[in-house]
Design a protein around this ligand. Structure first.
Ligand SMILES: *Cc1c(COP(=O)(O)O)cnc(C)c1O
Length: 393
């Protein structure tokens, strides 16, 4: 074996021994939110397709029409010839939806985060981030070379302490948080974070990947995301998110002031040096936003299903359609997932390093496509596992 293969083989062996080797499993997803794996049909409780929009007939049609009208790909970076008019239409729509002056669309949420943060802070600056932020925010923070200081999850007192003692030493500062935490399903305390950001001159950025379309009905009933879970709506100057979850397509975005967006479009490397999203993804996202704005009852369903589930098991009411069941031990978690799969439910076990050591969990997500009886059957199956149920780490 040459040194490269030897290196990879030894690493894999060590990960395998710790139960951390990952394997991709081929899965087909069908229109009713079902998943086929190894020839079996399973009800999936682990997709982020909260509104089942990856399968929505009108959204699929919009994507097909865009391919027929404009082609399969975009051909270049947005700064060259890839800036299709549909992207600008989507940006206008996103800004209106989130209530900001402007928006910038990226080719994924990950790309958005690694592009935005290094534009705004750099060496000598500081980032205060919730300890459980998504990996893409961490990656963006590291790329920026700013000092990264983590505060305990959702702990405003801890953040305030850190700001008091450390903020003064740096010229520019950001505060980073998920709006809805991807592995825990809880909301960030956005009004408190916004107040601290204002008092300490920090720029607050939220990652609302799991919020848009499913949480925060606004006064008009539209689920604009985590910011509208609070009244009055907290001031969040940098609202990032993805088009790949509830929106059912692919891509990322930032909603912010016109000036900030003009600057990001000028400087974000993951926008400038990557190919623009294909027209089909953009057209699908546009159609999805239209449906979110016109069918609030449908968009309320993922939360209803999550509530039905937690009520059936006597768990605390969920804050989002993500419900974690913390197991702790990695091997046990994977065994529970396998037992659920035997019973026809697809639920993935989430283990380190995606979540902190000792907090491996079953992460359940609820979708508009789930039938109530399936949600209740899942609750029964989970009761049958005999876990010591606790939803927070
Ligand atoms: C999924 C996710 C991302 C990445 O978005 P993609 O569009 O899938 O690249 C970013 N942040 C959070 C919190 C996520 O859950």
């Amino acid at each position: 074996m040459d040194s490269l293969d030897k290196f990879a083989a030894e690493k894999l062996k060590k990960l395998e021994a710790r139960g951390l080797r990952r394997r991709l499993k081929t899965t087909h997803r069908s229109s009713r939110g079902l998943a086929q794996r190894n020839g079996r049909e399973l009800i999936s409780f682990c997709c982020n397709d909260y509104l089942n929009f990856t399968q929505h007939p009108a959204i699929r049609q919009a994507a097909k029409d865009a391919i027929d009208g404009y082609g399969a790909g975009s051909g270049a970076s947005r700064l060259i010839t890839g800036n299709h008019p549909l992207i600008e239409e989507l940006e206008t729509c996103l800004a209106r939806f989130k209530g900001t002056e402007a928006a910038c669309v990226f080719s994924s949420g990950y790309m958005a985060n690694i592009g935005i943060i290094p534009c705004l802070v750099g060496e000598g600056d500081v980032i205060f981030a919730d300890a459980l932020i998504h990996n893409s925010l961490l990656a963006g923070s590291r790329l920026s070379r700013a000092e990264l200081i983590l505060f305990r999850h959702n702990d405003l007192d801890h953040l305030e302490e850190l700001l008091h003692s450390l903020r003064g030493a740096y010229p520019r500062a950001m505060i980073l948080t998920d709006g809805v935490f991807s592995m825990d399903g809880d909301l960030a305390p956005l009004p408190g974070l916004a107040a601290l950001a204002r008092d300490h001159d920090c720029w607050l950025m939220t990652d609302d990947a799991h919020g848009i379309g499913v949480v925060g009905p606004d006064e008009d009933g539209i689920r604009r995301g985590s910011a509208t879970c609070f009244s009055p709506r907290p001031h969040i100057p940098l609202q990032m998110g993805t088009l790949s979850k509830a929106i059912g397509s692919f891509g990322g975005y930032l909603c912010a002031s016109r000036t900030v967006i003009d600057f990001i479009k000028t400087r974000a490397r993951s926008l400038i040096y990557t190919t623009a999203s294909p027209p089909a993804s953009i057209a699908a996202a546009l159609k999805a936003l239209e449906i979110i704005e016109t069918d609030p009852d449908y968009c309320a369903r993922p939360m209803q299903k999550a509530r039905l589930f937690t009520a059936a098991l006597g768990l605390p009411a969920p804050q989002s359609p993500i419900v974690p069941l913390i197991v702790g031990d990695t091997e046990k978690t994977m065994n529970y997932a396998a037992r659920l799969e035997d019973q026809g439910f697809l639920v993935t076990g989430i283990r380190p390093p995606t979540v902190p050591d000792g907090t491996a969990r079953l992460r359940l997500t609820f979708s508009a496509a789930h039938r109530d009886e399936d949600v209740l059957r899942l609750a029964e199956a989970i009761r049958g596992l005999g876990l010591d149920l606790e939803t927070r780490a």
